[in-house]
Design a protein around this ligand. Structure first.
Ligand code: ADP
Ligand code: MG
Length: 267
């Protein structure tokens, strides 16, 4: 018996069978996802049995108070950490059997990350920051530069390609981070409090970019504790004490659906 595998060695960037739209085939399927942090004498149950399905092309806001488990969920969704219990199927494939190298490859090829603190490298210019995921993916230099410049153009920063983060505003730095998230053309973009450090004008710009990416067919999970930011998403999932407290999409196409094997995920 052979389990379906996510093969990190193939080079195709998108599956050819991709369809786009709200409530499409599941990209994310969580079943009883639980995460306990063991702190010696005490353990903290940060996630307590989260069951959730997010379809291809969805834009979902995950919201809830500070400490409710949002970032823990983002780390698990992004294969940056592994659950204590429960399962996570990404594009139809259980990620549990994957070793750290395979998880790194899945992250690199399938997922784009945007963080509150931008996480840009201060010594590198904008385009050098944006090309990094392509460098890790083994893309050749000329193509890296070309694709980085295209991505910067998509976020309206073609004229800032040679600037270092310290020479850019917070909003511009976050747009560089969005360019870095999309340069590999990932199916899934995970954004954890992407507007948390931005003024209202920059917040509107970054949310506009995420909405453009959603319109282009990307699946986007937007984590935010700001109700007005969450309100921009078509579906809102509220997390409280590590559990799904409310899911506005629970009745509309977000429930249990086909989980049949869709073949090898081609990173
Ligand atoms: P949120 O992002 O919603 O603010 P987190 O996922 O960061 O929530 O945290 C959820 C709970 O897990 C909190 O009680 C937090 O203190 C705890 N927690 C988060 N990360 C760790 C960690 N690495 N070690 C121990 N406890 C953690
Ligand atoms: Mg958080």
């Amino acid at each position: 018996m052979s389990a379906p595998t996510i093969d990190p060695t193939t080079t195709t960037t998108r599956t050819t069978e991709t369809t786009v739209g709200t409530g499409g085939r599941p990209v994310i399927e969580l079943d009883g996802l639980t995460k306990t942090y063991d702190l010696g004498s005490v353990s903290v149950r940060a996630l307590d049995g989260v069951t959730l399905r997010i379809g291809e092309g969805d834009l979902v806001a995950i919201t809830g108070p500070s400490g409710s488990g949002k970032s823990t969920l983002m780390h698990l969704l992004g294969c940056l950490d592994v659950p204590t219990a429960g399962s996570y199927r990404l594009a139809g494939h259980d990620v549990a059997p994957l070793d750290p190298d395979a998880l790194a490859a899945v992250r690199n090829r399938h997922i784009g990350f945007v963080f509150q603190q931008f996480h840009l490298l201060a010594t590198l210019t904008a385009w050098r920051n944006v090309e990094l995921p392509l460098l890790y993916a083994g893309v050749e230099r000329g193509e890296r530069r070309e694709r980085a410049l295209v991505a910067l153009d998509r976020v309206g920063l073609a004229d800032r390609a040679g600037h270092r983060p310290g020479e850019l505003s917070g909003g511009q730095q976050q747009r560089v981070a969005v360019a870095r998230a999309l340069v590999t053309e990932p199916e899934l973009i995970l954004a954890d409090e992407p507007t948390g450090n931005l003024d209202s004008a920059s917040t509107a710009e970054v949310l506009g970019l995420l909405e453009d990416l959603h319109a282009g067919g990307r699946t986007i999970v937007l984590i935010t504790h700001e109700p007005d930011v969450a309100a921009r998403a078509e579906r809102t999932v509220v997390i409280r004490d590590g559990r799904v407290h409310h899911d506005s999409g629970a009745a509309a196409g977000a429930g249990p659906g086909p989980t049949a094997d869709r073949g090898v995920v081609r990173p």
